[in-house]
Design a protein around this ligand. Structure first.
Ligand SMILES: CC(C)(COP(=O)(O)OP(=O)(O)OC[C@H]1O[C@@H](n2cnc3c(N)ncnc32)[C@H](O)[C@@H]1OP(=O)(O)O)[C@@H](O)C(=O)NCCC(=O)NCCS
Length: 332
């Protein structure tokens, strides 16, 4: 077997393997097109050719491929030393599995990470390369970012065997939005907040300020960046906020509808000084209502299974579609 750096001519072969794994139920990743494959693995701003590799058997057939990523651009507070190498994908032809191909690909990738000076590798939602997955049993309901390795899948056992440790379990949740209405108890909560001087509604730069302070308090660097980028757009997407006399104390957004019918938002959070008053519940339900009003058919999200926000999502009617493991190998 030979492992080589991937070239664009290898894309059709890799897409075929990907789609055969997607069809046989080994993974929950959505079937992929060549264009989408190219977009994820070759057009990322973090792309470097040495971290996309393929294994070929004696007949020159592709037996599998692997893709990893080292960040080239960092969020606030991140740098080379405090970010891991990310494993985006190791995928082996279903006809050639359990023969050590996956191990050979992963070892090759890890050697490359080590040579670059990385000591730690991770499979996590923090990887900027996002892989869309289908909610099992609900064709057409998709989430845009698999937050780790599907629990108890071949991939999960494989990474465990390779010395990766399970750090956290993330629940992938979904809610069909047909007929969605804000429950009465939430409308009442909204009123109680209003009486205390806390308004919930759409962000208006003329009236509200304080995103930066909110993200400092929440340590939300991805959210900070997304909101900053959104505000630079010609027509920024709407963002729901809670404000205390103009000061932003909670947010949910930015809000959009994806082509596949999914309501998209980047995050939700309440300032720690304002927790425990129902702000996130009100914002979250307003978010679902906004989704429904812009024609979104469903909402999906993921969260740590131990995150108290699980109660909020479940009480809004969300069900768990799949569980994913965030996995790390400390010493490459
Ligand atoms: C995960 C995957 C890449 C493994 O490839 P592979 O070539 O079969 O892996 P290897 O033969 O090197 O397996 C090494 C070890 O991993 C473990 N392992 C691999 N597949 C397993 C499975 N289906 N069930 C249990 N353990 C498994 C075993 O310990 C195995 O050693 P063994 O065969 O001596 O028992 C392959 O199953 C695959 O392509 N899955 C679909 C894509 C995917 O989900 N990738 C992970 C997400 S990035």
């Amino acid at each position: 077997m030979k492992i080589k750096v991937f070239s664009k001519e290898d894309i059709p072969g890799a897409v075929k393997l990907w789609n055969s794994c997607a069809r046989n139920g080994q993974t929950v990743y959505a079937p992929i097109t060549e264009d989408r494959f190219q977009e994820i693995f070759f057009e990322s701003p973090h792309y470097r050719q040495e971290y996309v590799i393929a294994a070929f058997d004696e007949e020159g057939q592709m037996a599998g491929f692997g893709a990893g990523l080292l960040k080239r651009f960092y969020l606030q507070g991140e740098n080379f030393d405090n970010t891991p190498a990310y494993v985006t994908m190791v995928l082996v032809d279903p006809q050639k599995q359990r023969r050590g191909v996956g191990t050979a690909i992963l070892r090759d990738l890890e050697d490359r990470f080590r040579t670059a000076g990385k000591r730690k590798a991770a499979i996590t939602y923090r990887n900027p390369a996002a892989l869309t997955w289908d909610i099992p049993g609900h064709r057409g309901i998709q989430h845009n970012n698999a937050p780790g390795v599907l629990m108890d899948s071949p991939g999960f056992h494989f990474f465990k065997d390779q010395g990766y440790e399970l750090m956290r379990v993330e629940n992938g949740l979904y809610l069909p939005l047909a007929g969605y209405k804000i429950p009465q108890r939430i409308l009442e909560k909204r009123e109680v907040l209003r009486e205390k001087g806390i308004e919930t509604g759409m962000f208006d730069p003329e009236k509200h300020e304080g995103f930066e302070e909110l993200f400092d308090a929440l340590r939300g660097e991805v959210w900070r960046q997304t909101i900053r980028d959104n505000q630079k757009r010609d027509r920024p997407l709407p963002v729901l906020i809670a404000s205390d006399r103009g000061k932003i104390v909670g947010f949910a957004g930015p809000i959009d509808r994806e082509e596949n019918g999914r309501g998209w938002f980047n995050g939700i959070g309440t300032h720690p000084d304002y927790e425990g008053q129902g702000i996130a519940s009100v914002l979250f339900h307003c978010l679902m209502e906004t989704f429904a009003s812009i024609g979104a058919e469903y909402s999906t999200l993921f969260t740590d299974e131990e995150n108290p926000a699980m109660f909020l999502y479940q009480s809004a009617g969300f069900s768990t579609g799949a569980k994913f493991g965030v996995m790390e190998k400390e010493r490459l």
